[in-house]
Design a protein around this ligand. Structure first.
Ligand code: PXL
Length: 276
């Protein structure tokens, strides 16, 4: 069985980061280990959330794992919380990743033109260190613009996206998948892979903003790659699953404001990857 390690926070309420990665990637038939970087009472859109930094635990976990001779086929990271965690992820790459390891980083720090509470421009710069090391980075359009040093725009064309991609490539990124790209009435992804190819995948835009959609995309993408799909196919599967889940969430009149109802759509995901 393939094994992935998911390095991100546990938000006890909120359906994001580890509480999406663990169930979704496991359901895709991948052994999913975790390193929780922090425990929050709820994700950061809940006023008054608590935040317990687990930095002290990360190095001992890595040291223990080194004694186990354990191998990871993929390393997925998402919300990291602070610059210390960024350095620890880089240390993890040094200790556990080789040329065959799929290192996939979602540089979670902003959305809809705004940096999330608790982050700043310095963090946005530091996340560039991960972009230079990871095999795949999955920024949303806001994060991509910040990382590329361009101003965030709401109206844009492919030229703007190309400039973002060019800047990220010159800063050292290998394979970039920009998510939440709006094109007319569509929402989707624009990817640029290390061979220079561009890949786009769009669906009709669904009005509704939920936390955790980026995490669902990243988890599905990682799980699909480990199931042997090409990067293009894996990205397409991730868009299909994420947009279907958004649709189902909105149809559920009792859905929560804070998260998406991925629990009910896992059978669809398994059909997408042909497990049932
Ligand atoms: O969905 C990304 C995410 C993950 N973890 C925490 C968050 C967010 C987005 O805001 O607050 C704690």
């Amino acid at each position: 069985m393939k094994r992935l390690v998911s390095i991100q926070d546990i938000s006890c309420i909120g359906k994001c980061s580890q509480t999406i990665a663990l169930p979704v990637i496991s359901a895709m038939g991948i052994e999913t280990s975790i390193i929780p970087t922090a425990v929050l009472s709820a994700h950061t859109m809940f006023p008054g959330f608590t935040f317990k930094d687990l930095s002290d635990n990360i190095t001992p976990i890595m040291e223990h794992w080194k004694t186990l001779d354990i191998h990871f086929d993929a390393v997925l990271s998402g919300y990291l919380g602070n610059i210390n965690h960024i350095n620890m992820l880089l240390d993890f790459y040094d200790k556990f990743a080789d040329d065959n390891t799929l290192t996939i980083a979602d540089p979670v720090f902003a959305d809809n033109g705004k940096i999330y509470p608790g982050f700043d421009e310095e963090y946005a710069k530091a996340i560039g260190l991960i972009a230079g090391k990871a095999r795949y980075i999955l920024p949303n359009i806001t994060e991509a613009a910040f990382m590329a040093g361009l101003e965030y725009r709401t109206g844009y064309d492919m030229d703007y996206i190309s400039r973002i991609l060019d800047n990220l490539v010159s800063d050292g990124a290998s394979n970039i998948i920009i998510t939440s790209v709006i094109r007319g009435n569509e929402n989707g992804i624009v990817a640029r892979f290390e061979d220079g190819s561009i890949f786009e995948y769009f669906k009709p835009d669904i009005k509704g903003v939920f936390h955790g959609t980026g995490d669902l995309f990243a988890s599905t993408f990682a799980g699909a790659l480990l199931n042997g799909f090409s990067a293009e196919k894996a990205a397409g599967i991730a868009v299909e699953y994420t947009s279907y889940t958004l649709e189902v969430t909105l149809e559920n009149k009792t859905h929560n404001w804070y998260g998406i109802d991925f629990e009910t759509t896992i059978p669809y995901l398994l059909r997408l990857i042909n497990h049932i």
